[in-house]
Ligand binder design. Sequence first.
Ligand SMILES: [Zn+2]
Length: 253
Amino acid sequence: MLGEPPASQYDLRFNLFGIPVRVHPFFWVVIALLGLGGGEDPINLLIWVGCAFVSILIHELGHAVAALSNGCRPWITLYGFGGLTSYQPTRHDTRREILISAAGPAAGFLFIAFVMATVHASGHSVQLFPDPQESNLFPPWASFSLFASDNVNTLIWYLWQINILWGLLNLLPIYPLDGGQIMRELCLITNRNRGIELSLGISIFISTAVAIASIMLLQRLFLAIMFGYLAYTSYTTLQRYTGRGGFGGGPSH
Ligand SMILES: [Zn+2]
């Protein structure tokens, strides 16, 4: 599994609602590299990095607030692989684990609903599931009447893309995504002894299928490499798990 990176002197540290947040320098590097696909415009890149930072932080805050309200003491790390909310291991509770896992994507969906409601309240029409011909948004599930400022349009578009697409991707039953953690809990309910192996098998199958679909149907090499890597880590985790008889470490989302 993906662990926390060691502390570095370039870490950014702050507290939000009493929850410690640490941003590792690689977070900025990887997010900026992801944004370079959007063009060479430095203002666009800055907007992208800001949107990604705020959106990932809100996602992790969803996990952390759910953990906090369930009696755990969470901390958030933003690093090269995205975000991670961790907390000290306590007695295992299936309902709590599912709730904490689902709270991340839920926070992102609530946030983008709030953003789109604000766009609507400012007198700009918002249309869900518009005619794909009239929409320049991918996937074409929403469009809004444009603002005079291109930067504002870019900001809304990035927030929409990140929160909807990443939220949905995160719900896939793949380790270590949130959907993978939810699937682990559901498999443990149906099969106490072999639930984790079953969920790792599902994770390998789904991530391989998504990797193949990414390259064959979408021609997205980066997405294919990412899901190929997740299939590989699920496979090695399954091997380690069956070889050693259990996971180590505390829960993280
Ligand atoms: Zn998450």
